[in-house]
Design a protein around this ligand. Structure first.
Ligand SMILES: [Zn+2]
Length: 280
């Protein structure tokens, strides 16, 4: 009967193969007698010293391929977790129509906003790495939600996990542990869009929740884009709100939206065309 030691030795002796590992087109046998990758030039095998057998070794291409597969797997998981938050999402038909194709930028002010939005999307990897967000602020109807939605839409089209929601929606029925788990899941999103910030009820409890949401995102070091009708950031005296603003402005670049109100412009266009029809 063989001892465990003998078995181990005979198992070791079987390791690897007496012949080279299968070559792919372009691969060559190098001066060292080993198979080399035709693309990166690195060794694709090495020889075991105790039996002279060949065993596979990863070249750079293969390592890159595995890293890509791993990143893709992680993205799939993130997308799935963000999709599970569908009931908190504000994505509706109007959102789907908010794309750069529909961005009419005739006024210089609108062209500037369009440029900012496009650049944000184009440089999103860096924005993500540097936790760089935006806050679109200005009077109602100036296209803040539209601008934020254009960015979110473009990134979603690239399969970036994005959550579009509002604090009102997020915290509607959330208390204690539920909220903690929800925020954890929210932070899986690579971009968080918080629409209509400041529309929350003004209570002590709500103020605490608002801070919790903003602070959680801030701590996760992931970007957020906020839209708000608020303008009183600098003059705010309420300590709780000041605390929230401080967090926001540390990570979000403010973009003032003071073009002509889009709804007003649309209304005027409509009235003009009706007038033309009536007077025609
Ligand atoms: Zn290679």
């Amino acid at each position: 009967m063989q001892s465990i030691g003998d078995l181990a030795v005979s198992a070791m002796a079987q390791l690897g193969s007496e012949s080279h590992i299968p070559a792919e087109p372009g691969d060559t046998i190098g001066e060292d007698g080993m198979l080399h990758c035709g693309v990166c030039g690195q060794k694709k095998e090495f020889r075991l010293p105790f039996n002279g057998h060949y065993v596979p070794s990863m070249c750079q291409c293969r390592r890159d391929e595995l890293a890509r597969e791993e990143a893709e797997k992680q993205r799939q998981q993130e997308l799935q977790r963000v999709r599970e938050l569908a009931s908190y999402s504000l994505v509706d038909e109007r959102f789907h129509e908010s794309t750069f194709d529909h961005f009419i930028a005739s006024a210089p002010e609108d062209q500037r906003v369009l440029r900012i939005c496009r650049n944000y999307v184009e440089h999103f990897d860096e924005m993500l790495a540097r936790n760089a967000g935006l806050i679109f602020y200005g009077s109602p109807g100036t296209g803040k939600t539209f601008a934020a939605s254009c960015i979110a839409n473009a990134l979603m089209a690239q399969r970036v996990p994005v959550l579009v929601t509002s604090i009102v929606r997020l915290t509607a029925n959330m208390f204690g542990d539920d909220l903690a788990e929800l925020l954890n899941q929210m932070n899986t999103a690579r971009l968080l869009v918080l629409d209509d910030f400041g529309a929350e009820r003004n209570t002590e409890f709500k103020a605490e929740q608002i801070f919790t949401v903003i602070d959680s995102r801030y701590a996760a070091k992931k970007p957020m884009i906020i839209t708000t009708n608020l303008m009183d950031f600098k003059t705010e005296t309420d300590v709780r709100r000041k605390r929230v603003y401080d967090r926001i402005f540390e990570v979000c670049t403010p973009i003032k939206m003071d073009g002509e109100s889009k709804r007003r412009a649309e209304g005027r266009k409509m009235r003009d065309s009706i007038r033309a029809m009536l007077e025609g």
